[in-house]
Design a protein around this ligand. Structure first.
Ligand code: TYM
Length: 332
């Protein structure tokens, strides 16, 4: 079976709708056809300041949300990034073949460091995409399912893999992105021109899996739309309504045309009310199952430990190839 790898940061108490639609939903459908590795990228999360106690809780909770959303730990290897040493070891080697200018062009770094101020941003934030490349290449992944915002990081990963292979001999599989166009980007409900993101200024535009249904409903009802009152799909001129229709379509499995036909005559209120119900219906079973899983942390940790063993076997084999290819003296 071809290999897939993907990961998410445990940087909030809950995954949001963008994570769910842009990534996690695809992970669930892809786990049958692929040898799937899914990780919680805690080492990426620490590239911005974290509270240690919260980080530990969020890491476990993120893993629980993967399982609750449908990742089957008998089929997929679901593990914590920091449990597998080879990620950082391979990342170091990749650091040495990455150009400073090349890394400086990463737009996510530019955005995040601009927010923090250039002096406050860490070197870890700068080399973040290189650790991501190591995550992917360690498993010789063929396919990487991510949202549109990760496209540039994936291109860097491919460049580094090809560069390494041409300098030191065939070592890495060159991965392909799997980015679904129509669901690739979910926007903030309050600022429908910005992607939905946990680093948004307010939480009002962020739909979180672990939110109470009443909170979710309120956020949907207050979503920013526009003044013309017409329900049609027009990303450019009606970004708020287009986003609501996209979310509704993906979660319900109905086409956008079908939804537009049904709601065209009415106002935004009816559309929002039904969408709120749809989102709540999608999130509730995941939230409840997550809480159940978190009530037995020892069992969850046992599952994660077993998966880390399996992941380490694969990643260690790649690390050995990498070290050998670049000429490090083996330890005897
Ligand atoms: P992260 O944690 O920011 O996001 C996790 C996944 O969710 C997708 N996503 C979205 N998709 C659609 N609309 C949105 N508004 C939205 N917001 C987030 C992201 O594209 C991503 O797929 N660097 C990665 C984590 C990572 C990784 C990896 C991914 C580390 N190593 C190896 C793949 C392979 C990140 O920060 O994702």
């Amino acid at each position: 079976k071809p290999v897939i790898l993907s990961g998410m940061q445990p940087s909030s108490d809950s995954l949001h709708l963008g994570n769910y639609i842009g990534a996690l939903g695809n992970w669930v459908t892809m786990q049958d056809e692929f040898d799937a590795f899914y990780c919680v990228v805690d080492l990426h999360a620490i590239t911005v300041p974290q509270d240690p106690k919260e980080l530990r809780e969020r890491t476990r909770s993120t893993a629980a949300q993967y399982i609750a959303a449908g990742i089957d730990t008998d089929k997929s290897t679901l593990f914590i990034q920091s449990h597998v040493q080879a990620h950082t070891q391979i990342a170091w080697v990749l650091n040495t073949i990455t150009g400073f200018g090349e890394a400086s062009r990463m737009t996510q770094f530019k955005d995040k460091s601009a927010k923090q101020g250039a002096d406050a941003a860490s070197v870890g934030l700068f080399t973040y995409p290189i650790l991501m490349a190591a995550d992917i290449l360690a498993y010789q992944a063929n396919v990487v399912p991510v949202g549109e915002d990760q496209r540039q990081h994936l291109e860097l990963t491919r460049d580094l893999a090809m560069r390494f292979n041409s300098r030191f001999g065939e070592t890495f599989t060159i991965p392909e992105g799997h980015i679904l166009k129509e669901t690739a980007k979910i926007y903030d409900l309050q600022t429908p021109t910005a992607k939905m993101s946990k680093s948004a200024e307010t939480e009002a535009g962020l739909l979180k899996i672990m939110d109470d249904p009443a909170v979710t409903a309120k956020k949907v009802m207050r979503a920013v739309t526009d003044a013309d009152g017409e329900i049609r799909f027009d990303r450019e001129n009606k970004p708020g309504v287009a986003n609501l229709l996209t979310i509704f379509s993906v979660l319900s499995g109905r086409s956008i045309d079908d939804l537009v036909n049904e709601y065209a005559g009415g106002g935004y209120g009816g559309l929002k009310k039904d969408l709120a119900e749809q989102v709540t219906a999608s999130f509730t079973p995941i939230r409840e199952r997550t809480n159940e899983l978190l009530s037995d942390p020892a069992e969850l940790d046992r599952i994660l430990g077993k998966a880390a063993d399996r992941a380490s076997e694969v990643a260690d084999a790649t690390l050995a190839k990498v070290y050998d290819a670049i000429g490090l003296l083996p330890r005897h």
